[in-house]
Design a protein around this ligand. Structure first.
Ligand SMILES: *Cc1c(COP(=O)(O)O)cnc(C)c1O
Length: 384
């Protein structure tokens, strides 16, 4: 299949290299011991890459667990017939406990009420509800303080058909230069874990901890950003070769010449000083190209970097092609990815738009069609 056929001739699309994701998982697995399991974090539509194809690839490459943030994300996996254990790492309303049990999802519990509801539906359906308890050790976002977490664990242990399988916490500063607070959080977590030795899966490590403090791997690690080929921050130092998996691409759909004095896009924030040839790419902030890249960003055309002129619009942006010979309608425009010898990765886009790589990847809208590549061949397309 040709790319154009796979995307139904749509002018903006995402390509996801599933081999890159498998490669990254294999590299990450080399850091952790054999007895540590890997939970692939596929929340937020797998950081914009597409939850289902990424989850399937991650499992094939050796992930034993999947991590999502909400019940609905978990249901999406089950409806795609993905059966491996999946942990809802965020909050679930107790009213939806029956669905958690029905879809055989593992949930994070911070209240007795939710635990009781899970146990009740598990008894009714003759199933087991598996739960993890989240300890707040200093992130102060979700989770219970140590003493309450221990009390909750003891209470949940008494409920029928409910298994307390995991104990976890989340680190606030693992991706910073100074790891001292992360180490304090880890020590506090270990103290809680010591008083609950009957809980089998203890887990703490996101990508940053996994890369730079592998002693925190414990029974399970929860990498997200590193699966997709990026480091959590510039302060992550481990020598590891990760491969970015996602490209965002478009086509030149219109070309014209500007005379000196002609302005480009809303507000005419860029004005031609000399005759300038410009190309239109039908990709804008509604697709995930940050508006902050107005007059700052770059794209690749014919293997060359070239600037975005004027404001990025909702669905379109204008680029300078004066110095690129022979540009034609239909030429590929790379916003994130490689072309020839050149590459613009999501770290660079994030830096130019003064945000983090995570936000760039997650910000690629679900309506942009994704196509999936394996061994350089298209294996599937989605046209949502
Ligand atoms: C998102 C998330 C992760 C993954 O973090 P990365 O920095 O992307 O590796 C791990 N654990 C929890 C609880 C998360 O919410």
């Amino acid at each position: 299949m040709e790319i154009n056929e796979a995307i139904g001739a749509r002018p903006v699309w995402v390509e996801v290299d599933l081999d890159a994701i498998a490669h990254n998982i294999i590299r990450l697995r080399e850091i952790i011991g054999r007895r540590t399991r890997l939970l692939a974090v596929v929340k937020a539509n797998a950081y914009g890459h597409g939850a289902i194809p990424v989850a399937k690839t991650a499992i094939e490459a050796g992930a034993e667990y999947l991590g999502v943030i909400s019940l609905d994300e978990g249901i999406e996996l089950r409806e795609a017939n993905i059966k491996v254990p999946a942990l809802i790492m965020g909050y679930t309303p107790a009213e939806r406990a029956e669905e958690v049990v029905k879809y055989n999802l593992t949930s994070t519990v911070t209240t007795e009420e939710f635990g009781v509801a899970l146990s009740r539906f598990a008894v009714e359906r003759k199933l087991t509800a598996r739960v993890h308890i989240k300890v707040n050790t200093g992130m102060n976002r979700f989770g219970l303080p140590p003493v309450e977490a221990i009390e909750l664990a003891h209470f949940l242990r008494t409920l029928p058909k409910l298994k307390v399988e995991g104990l976890c916490t989340h680190l606030a500063t693992a991706d910073e230069v100074d790891k001292s607070f992360a180490k304090q959080q880890f020590q506090l977590f270990l103290q809680v874990a010591q008083s609950l030795p009957w809980i089998p899966l203890r887990h703490v490590a996101n990508s940053a901890a996994l890369l730079d403090m592998p002693e925190m791997a414990l029974d399970l690690v929860r990498p997200g950003i590193s699966l997709y080929g990026y480091r959590p921050s510039p302060f992550s130092h481990r020598a590891i070769q990760l491969k970015p998996a996602l490209s965002l691409k478009s086509h030149v759909v219109h070309l014209h010449w500007l005379a000196p004095g002609d302005g480009v896009s809303y507000g005419r924030t860029w004005v031609a000083q000399r005759p300038t040839r410009v190309a239109l790419a039908p990709c804008g902030y509604s697709h995930g190209l940050p508006r902050a890249l107005s007059n700052r960003g770059l794209v690749l055309i014919r293997g060359r970097r070239t600037p975005i002129l004027g404001r990025v619009c909702m669905d379109q942006c204008v680029v300078d092609v004066t110095s690129i010979p022979d540009v034609q309608i239909g030429d590929e425009v790379v916003i994130i990815g490689r072309q020839g010898e050149e590459e613009i990765n999501a770290d660079e886009v994030a830096q130019l738009s003064e945000t983090i790589t995570y936000e760039i990847l997650c910000g690629i809208s679900a309506r942009v069609p994704r196509i999936y590549l394996k061994d350089g061949k298209i294996v599937s397309g989605s046209l949502r």
